[in-house]
Design a protein around this ligand. Sequence first.
Ligand code: GLN
Length: 326
Amino acid sequence: MADTFDDYLATILAAVQDEAGGEVHEVPRALAEADPGLLAAALCTTDGELHSVGDDEHEATIQSVSKAFVYALALEQHGIGEVLRAVDVEPSGEAYNVISVEAESKRPRNPMINAGALLVHALVGERGAEQDERVEIIRSRLSAMAGRELSIDEEAAKDELSQAHRNLAIAHMLRAEGVMPDDDPVDVVRGYTRQCSILVTPRDLAVMAATLANGGYRPGEDEEVVSAPVARHTLSVMATCGMYTAAGDWMSEIGIPAKSGVSGAIMGALPGRVGIATYAPRLDRHGTSVRGRAIFERLSDELDLHLLDDPHRQDTLWDRLRQQEA
Ligand code: GLN
């Protein structure tokens, strides 16, 4: 058995390396052209130890993984109660891009599907803020979570926008139902698509996840990016809604609050312990990375990282690897 985190992660990567299932996402072109063989795993403990293997410095657009972080920003800005009045937190059991709202309240069902994420995007910044201002707040706050200045792949955003008919339909529907703030729905989709085009590496995502796992403080830093109640609320919604149509299966089998994106990234966070990121572009029918899921399954099982594992269990592989590093 491996005796350092790096060796351990390397054995996991080798074990899933040849899993060939799934398809890369076609939009934007940058994703269609991604090398399907890319593979990485990164893990950042809440005391700031970062371990990663494989293509861990590969930058890809953040896509839907951004929804969790931007939700946290909106909660921080407006308070949890006010955001709940705008977007519900019920698992929808539907695909991420479904054009639907709750029948009675007309609220999007949760902030992890596109309807909710578009509305959440529009809540960031001053009311009526310009698209550039909003996107800049998001870019700079996500950079604070990652601990480095993140940039935006504007080409990818443009390319995705030229085909964003569903997201435009959703934004127009929200406006027509009277639940989207006064902004121009087209502008909201533009801003949201740029949010999805922020470039991150698996190492960035592990640190950002660890920030949520660490009560809103980037490990090792004393400046709070979001408050502890906001971090907890965000993790709850990741746990129930982060994996769309596979949310129940993910929670029972893996048990780590997580968010997937069509780039092939998965970001997961276990409170008080660790942030995890995987990257492998081929996706299953739920939009979850096939090999990313396989890595999470092993980590959860072998390191006893399921949220509902007995916390008193002793001398686990996790404990032993932690002691080696100390
Ligand atoms: N930008 C993509 C969209 O809004 C993100 C989807 C995803 O990662 N699930 O359709």
